[in-house]
Design a protein around this ligand. Sequence first.
Ligand code: GAP
Length: 513
Amino acid sequence: MTNQDDQFKKVVSHAKEYGYVFQSSEIYDGLSAVYDYAQNGAELKKNIRDYWWKAVVQMHDNIVGIDSSIFMHPTTWKASGHVDAFNDPLIDNKDSKKRYRADVLIEDYCAKIEGKIDKEVDKAAKRFGDAFNKEEFISTNPRVVGYYDKIKTILSRMAKSLESEDLADVKALIEELEIADPLTGSRNWTEVKQFNLMFGTKLGASAESAMDLYLRPETAQGIFVNFLNVQKTGRMKIPFGIAQTGKAFRNEIVARQFIFRMREFEQMEMQFFIKPGTQKEWFEHWKETRMKWHLSLGMGDENYRFHDHEKLAHYADAATDIEFKFPFGFKELEGIHSRTDFDLKQHEEFSGKKLQYFDHETNESYTPYVLETSIGLDRMFLAVFSNALVEEELDNNTTRTVLKLPAVLAPVKAAILPLVKKDGLPEIARQIMDDLKWDFNVAYDEKDAVGRRYRRQDANGTPFCITVDHDTLEDQTVTIRHRDTMEQTRVKIEDLRDLIKKEVDMKSWLKKI
Ligand code: GAP
């Protein structure tokens, strides 16, 4: 097992042990690629959603939020292109009977080459020490340059074959690269076929009158079909945005990597309506703005990168992903797409209703272009959670497990701990908790020695522990311990609220954007 697999296993088991994420219907052996958020997970997820909503909606006077339904008229999906083109190329292994996404097999092959590049870079960094210049090394070292060329050639051939629906060539590429079933090593593959990812369902009581529906595979279409309603009732002027968060459903072929790729998941999307011809500037604007949002959480600038799409979706004229370094490597976290006027034009055509914007200044009507930002809430959860989980060596030769969640996102902001369960200390601790709970999600813990309680809260991601001891009875002060530094200071009870607020308040975090 590699270090990466090991680290990822720890992430999954920690998420379960500390009440973040459970397998759905676990008592019935679970449901593949479907997960439940537990008591801490639901809080963390809500905080991420709020952080996004505040940054995107509340901080922009020209962006509003909606909450459209999961069920939509079936023609929506004909118009959007999902009925005909929302497919993944699948391939089966004839020996293992396992099903894979052909493009993912090829991408994983390229990720292995990237792993080799990382190794070369590490070796060279050790060899050259302080004099090492990474940029120069990767652009001049013949072996590394060769690896990059190989990746580029493979990915552009795959993009071309997928674009032109040449599935035979996708299979040929898998064979030429000698890609084997990751589980069994077999290279006995079927042909590559297209597989539609939408879940079908029925609406209506009787078999005769029931209407065939789909569970929405993205939240974006709920925004497009409401474009004119929102524009008119909100008296919105271009450029303006409509945002929403909500569930989406995809019958993913490859259901692995925990909450990275789920069949039921949540998206946070924003469609920004702009004047045709201005899409290049807005594309750059939203790339930069969204990257700043990510970086504001302090999860390491080196863990993010842009990846421009070679193969554009049927609706886009430019697209990039913000990729994050997950425990299994750099993968897509958010997509930024210049969607042109594709969606509005399609809905106009299929509904027969005009979906145009009338510009009072120029006295002209036009179909706006759209710039989309789309991030998976569960994927963001995984990025935050996996990045936060660390094992630390301590001075006394012990280790601690600590979940260094950005304080603004932590489910519980402070735990209040009476040193002992007597002498009136629990009563004071409860009083502190009752005062703080109006502003923060706080917890009370009196079980076990205080050192063990600290460890428990570290592993839970709680940024502060507040300990009530016998001195508190005399001088109304408590010890406040910081999760990341383990530093302890003595403070007045009356100052606690402001001290915690300074660290966890969304305002100060959002100001970094
Ligand atoms: N409206 C555009 C759209 O849906 P997408 O790239 O298919 O674009 C956007 O999805 C984001 O949704 C992705 O960047 C990812 O974070 C998230 N996402 C997509 N499929 C997912 C899945 N099966 N499980 C979890 N998150 C997913």
